[in-house]
Ligand binder design. Structure first.
Ligand code: T1G
Length: 696
C-alpha cells in the first residue's frame, strides 16, 4: 500500500480506502496503492471479499487532471493496470461510493464486481467537459450496464446522475442508507455468503440500438457541440461498444482518447477548469477571511436586471425584498419574473410547486424601510451616476450597520458611488450580465475601500447563487466590457473599411463565438448605447459629432430584434438575423460621403483584429492590476461573452498563437491604423522575453 491508500480488514472484509484529498483523484501512486491492497486481500485467506472506497468527502473524482497538463514520470501503475488487478481477483471487490464517482472514479467502480452508494452520491463521466473522453474503458462498460441509448447522452453531456437514478440504470446495485462503511461491509459479506458470481461487465454485450439512433443523436447535439471534438469521438466509442468485442472496443477507445488528449481543445478546456477555480483565490483576501452570513437580500429596481438578480437569490433559497419607486414598475417587474418561471415550468425544467415556492420568497415593496434589515442590498437602477449616488445616500441612512451595499453598475466608478456613503468599506460592485438569471459570469468589483470581509462574503455569495464570481478592479467597463469596447471598435472600423456586418459576424461565429458583434448588438438593443451617447452629448453641450453608422441606424428607428430591424432585419416573431440590403446601402453611402475607399476584408483579418484587440486591452488591464491574472480574463470571456470554452479565453488563445507573433502583428497594426493599436507594455515585455501570459 502507499500512504495514499490504506488497507485494513474489518470482519473478514478487506477495506481499501483512498486518501488523496481533496477529491481522491487517481494521481500517481493511487492505482499502485489499490493494486497492492487487492493483492493483500487476495492473498489473505481470512479475507472473504473487498470494499473499495474514498476517505474524506468523496469516492474517486477521476484521473488527476494536472497529470494531463504535466505528465508524471513514465512507469507508474495506470488505471488500466488497476482494472486488470480487479479482473484477475479471485475475490469479489465492491465499490462503496459517497460524494462523487466521476470519470476514472466511475470507471474504477464499473470495473469492480459490484457497486453500492449513499443516497446522495453522484455518478458521471464528465471527461467531455475537459475536452477528452472516458479513457478508462468507461465508454465500453457504461453501455454494457445501461444500454447505449442511455449511456451515450450521459457521456456526451457529462452530467452527474444521482444515486436513485444510478440504481435504476444499473450503475449501482445497492443504496446504503446509513453508515457507508458498515453498509458496504454488510453488503460485501452478503455477496460472499451468497457466493454470488464475480460479475464482470466486460463479459456482457450491448444490445444494438434502433438503426437510426446514432445519426439522430449526432444531429441532436449539433448546436450545443458546434466546434467541439470530444462529443463526436465519444459517439465513435459508443458505436464500438455495440459493434466490437470488449477488448477491441477498448483499443478503439484508446485511439480516440489520444485524438482528444493531444488536441488544443483539451488544453483549452483543462486550463479553463483550473482557471475557474483559481479565480476564487485572492492573494490579499485569504481563504480563512471571516465572512458575513447572507440569509436575506434586497434588490433595488425591478427592471430587467433587477428582476433577474432577484431570481438568482430566490433560486438559491434566499428571500428577497424587491423595492421599486412605484407600484406600476413593481407590478411589471413581478410579472416578468413570474413569466420567466412559467416558461421554465412549461419546458419541464421546473415544477409548478417549485415556482410557487420561489415566488413566495419575494416581498415586493415601495418603502426603503422594508429593506433596512436585509443582509445585502443590490442596487439595479438606471445606469446614471447621479441617480445611483442618490440611491446610495438613502441606503447609507436606512440599511443596518453590517449590511453589504452592492451596485450592479456595468461601467460606473464604484469608488465614486461609495464616496457618498459613510461606509465605503461596505460598498462593492456586483456586475451581473443580462439575462442576469441565466448568465454565469458575475464580475465582483472591489472598491479602494471595500473591506476584505465584504469581498470574501460577496465572492462566496457568488458561488452560492451558482455564478462564476471573478474579482475585478475599478475602471471604465471593469474587465469584460472594457475589452469588448476595443473588440467592437475593430468590428465597426472594418465595416467602414469594406466588410459587411454579416461577414464580420460569420467570421467570429466560425471562430467559435456564440454570435458576432452585430447580431449581439441587435439582441441587446442598439438604442441602449445610442441613448447614452445622446445624453452624454447633451450633458457635455457638445454638438453631437457626426452621427456614426449605429446612430444613423437608430435614428431610423432600427433598434435591433425589439423592432424587427437593426443591423439585420428579422421576420415577425423570429430572432434569426437576415442581412438587409438597406443596411448595405446605408454603409456604402456613408463611406461614399466620406470618400472612404472600401476593400474586401478576409475572415483571417476579421478574427485577428478582433481577437488581438481583446488581448492587447487584456494585457493593459493586467498591467493596471484591474484583473488578478490572465486566466481570470479568460474565465470572464468564457462565462460572460460566449467565447468558445474549448479555447478557454482570449489570453490563452494568444499564448497558443505565441505572444511574439501577436505582438509583432499588433505593432504592424499600430503603424497601419494608429494609436488605437498602441501595444501594451506587458505584451511587449513578455514577447521579448519569449514568455506567455500564463507565465505571470
Ligand atoms: N484532478 C485534479 N484536481 C481536481 C480534480 C481532478 N480530477 N477535481 C477537482 N480537483 C481539484 C480542484 O482543482 C480544486 O483544487 C479542488 O480539487 C476542489 O475542486 C481516465 C481521463 C469533483 C465535482 O472531470 O467536477 O478521469 O482549487 O473546487 O466544487 O477516463 O471538482 O482547491 O486547489 O471543483 O466540490 C474526470 C472534475 C477527470 C471531475 C468537486 N473527472 N472535478 O467540486 O470542488 S479525467 C472530472 C469536478 C478522467 C478517465 C478520465 C469537481 C468535483 P483547489 P472543486 P467542488
Amino acid at each position: 500500500m502507499t500512504d495514499l491508500v490504506n488497507f485494513e480488514i474489518m470482519d473478514s472484509i478487506g477495506v481499501i480506502t483512498v486518501n488523496n484529498p481533496p477529491v481522491n483523484a487517481l494521481s500517481v501512486g493511487v492505482p499502485q496503492g489499490i493494486i497492492d491492497s487487492v493483492q493483500a486481500g487476495t492473498s489473505d485467506p481470512s479475507v472473504k471479499a473487498m470494499v473499495l472506497m474514498g476517505g474524506g468527502r468523496s469516492f474517486i473524482a477521476g484521473a488527476d487532471i494536472n497529470e494531463f497538463l504535466t505528465p508524471p514520470p513514465a512507469g507508474s501503475a495506470s488505471l488500466d493496470d488497476m482494472i486488470s488487478s480487479f479482473e484477475t481477483s479471485t475475490k469479489p471487490i465492491i465499490a462503496a461510493i459517497h460524494g462523487n464517482a466521476l470519470g476514472g472514479g466511475l470507471e474504477t467502480a464499473l470495473a469492480c464486481h459490484y457497486r453500492c452508494g449513499t443516497a446522495d452520491s453522484l455518478y458521471g463521466l464528465p471527461e467531455v467537459l475537459i475536452g477528452i473522453l472516458p479513457g478508462g474503458q468507461g465508454t465500453q462498460r457504461l453501455p454494457r450496464v445501461c444500454g447505449v441509448e442511455k449511456a451515450l447522452p450521459l457521456m456526451v453531456s457529462g452530467e452527474f446522475v444521482p444515486a436513485p437514478k444510478a440504481l435504476t440504470l444499473g450503475i449501482i446495485d445497492h443504496v446504503v442508507e446509513n453508515n457507508l462503511v458498515e453498509g458496504a461491509v454488510a453488503f460485501a459479506k452478503q455477496i460472499s455468503a451468497e457466493n454470488r458470481p464475480l460479475r464482470k461487465i466486460r463479459e456482457e454485450s450491448v444490445a444494438p440500438p434502433a438503426a437510426d439512433f446514432f445519426d439522430n443523436f449526432e444531429k441532436s447535439i449539433g448546436k450545443r457541440a458546434r466546434g467541439y471534438l470530444a462529443p463526436y469521438k465519444i459517439i465513435e466509442c459508443a458505436k464500438a461498444s455495440v459493434e466490437l468485442p470488449f477488448d477491441k472496443g477498448v483499443e478503439r477507445e484508446k485511439e480516440l482518447f489520444q485524438d482528444c488528449l493531444k488536441s488544443d481543445q483539451a488544453k483549452g478546456l483543462m486550463n479553463l477548469f483550473f482557471a475557474e477555480r483559481a479565480c476564487t483565490k485572492i492573494p490579499d483576501v485569504p481563504r480563512e477571511t471571516p465572512t458575513k452570513k447572507i440569509e436575506t437580500a434586497s434588490v433595488l429596481g425591478a427592471g430587467t436586471m433587477g428582476g433577474g438578480i432577484a431570481m438568482n437569490f430566490i433560486n438559491a433559497g434566499i428571500p428577497v425584498t424587491l423595492l421599486e419607486a412605484n407600484q406600476e414598475a413593481l407590478d411589471k417587474g413581478l410579472e416578468i419574473i413570474r413569466k420567466n418561471y412559467a416558461n421554465t415550468v412549461k419546458k419541464g425544467r421546473l415544477t409548478q410547486s417549485d415556482m410557487d415556492q420561489r415566488l413566495g420568497l419575494i416581498t415586493p415593496t415601495l418603502s426603503y424601510e422594508d429593506i433596512a434589515d436585509t443582509d445585502i442590498v443590490v442596487e439595479a437602477v438606471f445606469e446614471e451616476m447621479e441617480i445611483k449616488k442618490e440611491v446610495f445616500r438613502k441606503l447609507d441612512k436606512v440599511m443596518k450597520d453590517d449590511a453589504i451595499l452592492a451596485t450592479n453598475t456595468s461601467t460606473l466608478d464604484v469608488d465614486e458611488i461609495a464616496s457618498v456613503t459613510g461606509r465605503p468599506e461596505a460598498v462593492i460592485g456586483t456586475h451581473f450580465f443580462s439575462p442576469a438569471n441565466v448568465m454565469k459570469l458575475l464580475e465582483i468589483v472591489r472598491g479602494a475601500k471595500t473591506s476584505k470581509e465584504v469581498i470574501a462574503t460577496t465572492m462566496k455569495l457568488g458561488k452560492t447563487i451558482k455564478k462564476v464570481p471573478v474579482l475585478v478592479g475599478v475602471c471604465d467597463g471593469f474587465v469584460g466590457n472594457r475589452m469588448l469596447a476595443r473588440y467592437s471598435k475593430q468590428a465597426n472600423l472594418m465595416i467602414l473599411e469594406g466588410a459587411l456586418p454579416q461577414e464580420v459576424d460569420q467570421a467570429l461565429f466560425d471562430f467559435g463565438l456564440a454570435m458576432g458583434p452585430f447580431a449581439m448588438g441587435d439582441l441587446a438593443g442598439l438604442d441602449v448605447g445610442w441613448r447614452i451617447r445622446k445624453r452624454r452629448a447633451e450633458e457635455n453641450g457638445a454638438f453631437q459629432d457626426e452621427a456614426g453608422l449605429d446612430d444613423q441606424i437608430c435614428e431610423m428607428g432600427r433598434f435591433g430584434q425589439k423592432t424587427s430591424a437593426g443591423w439585420y432585419r428579422y421576420d415577425p416573431g423570429s430572432r434569426v438575423p437576415i442581412p438587409d440590403p438597406k443596411i448595405e446601402e446605408l454603409i456604402k453611402k456613408y463611406c461614399e460621403e466620406r470618400q472612404i475607399q472600401r476593400r474586401p476584408i478576409e475572415k483571417e483579418e476579421i478574427v485577428e483584429r478582433c481577437m488581438y484587440a481583446l488581448v492587447n486591452e487584456g494585457a493593459k488591464i493586467l498591467e493596471e492590476g484591474i484583473a488578478l491574472r490572465a486566466s481570470d480574463i479568460d474565465v470572464i470571456y468564457a462565462n460572460g461573452y460566449g467565447f468558445p470554452r474549448y479555447r478557454a479565453g482570449p489570453m490563452l488563445y494568444a499564448d497558443m498563437v505565441g505572444l511574439d507573433k501577436v505582438y509583432k502583428t499588433i505593432c504592424s497594426y499600430h503603424e497601419r491604423f494608429g494609436e488605437v493599436w498602441e501595444p501594451a507594455r506587458l505584451l511587449k515585455k513578455l514577447a521579448e522575453e519569449g514568455k506567455s501570459f500564463s507565465d505571470i
